[in-house]
Design a protein around this ligand. Sequence first.
Ligand code: HEC
Ligand code: HEC
Length: 292
Amino acid sequence: MRLCDLLTATLSGLAMLGTVTCALAQIPGARRVGGFVPGQERPPGDPVQIARGKTLYEIGCRGCHGTDLRGGDMGGPNLLRSQVSLSDLDGELIVPIIEGSRQGMPKIPMSVADAKATSAYVRSIVATIGGQGMPPSIGQLPPNIVVGDAKAGQIYFDSKCAACHSTNGDMKGGDLKGIAKRISDPKILQNTWVAGGGRPGRGAAVQTASKARIVTASINTANGDRFEGKLVRIDDFLVTLEIEDGSLKTFRRNGDSPKVVVRDPMKPHRDLLPTYTDKDIHDVTAYLVTLK
Ligand code: HEC
Ligand code: HEC
């Protein structure tokens, strides 16, 4: 699946964002940061704006930059350590990035007011952690992330997750029995499924991960050849597969030709992402923590 499609699908859920364009635009002249001192005086945050920014962040940014801004499964860097977010005063540094000034990050379609609100939210989180690069919950005991209702979490799990995951050791692959023993930090445990369903620390959009997560694709060319393999990269113009013998095959794309079918085992996770409320996330994590 193309990142673009994901973003468009995700963002089109939010009516006020208006027209969704999907250009992985490479706009030259990215603004450089310089001359700002972290922690310098900032205008006080407006709580209404910050609350709106939080919602926008969760829809448009969280997949890549993570629930707690520490960086996400889809390759966004840690914003808590970012000079940009430390130095931003009123969106003047962050808004251009949202508008596509960085080659590495797609333009996120939203109005300037919304981009400013998202920036305000990023600043508000950065302010609470003082630039240490640590999310608020790390180092506090007990970890304040386990605040949900495990019973409600189990009900949610049974309806939304149980199609692919069992919890009693009877299903290969998707079995989550003992997950809380394997991943004892609740924050990391939460990230395994909320941040697009990957273990933390992985960085690329098309990943190298456990077998169960490998994104594959099949390609049918116009003259009837068929290729299958691991998806290495895909955009509007080219698609590259790693085929069985380890070699790479790249095809030029021209609309629907060749026909490409992508299979991403983690897609359901990403599709669920925008549907979670904070309460769902807390409840499900509280439930997963009991799976020792
Ligand atoms: C598809 C993944 C993706 C999404 C979605 C995304 N980002 Fe990014 N973001 C990145 C990547 C990758 C970079 C690093 C870009 C580069 O090469 O400079 C980045 C860089 C940034 C930076 C600069 C960090 C630094 O110090 O250099 C900021 C700030 C930022 N993003 C904010 C946001 C905000 C706010 C949103 C949501 C409105 C967002 N991003 C959505 C992937 C993403
Ligand atoms: C359509 C199938 C599907 C659905 C629905 C689904 N998942 Fe997953 N999930 C997967 C796959 C595939 C993996 C990757 C398995 C692997 O890496 O071994 C995964 C991985 C995970 C992991 C990490 C497991 C590990 O060992 O690191 C957790 C935790 C998880 N899912 C929780 C959830 C939760 C919670 C929900 C519901 C909100 C959910 N999943 C819904 C397919 C699904």
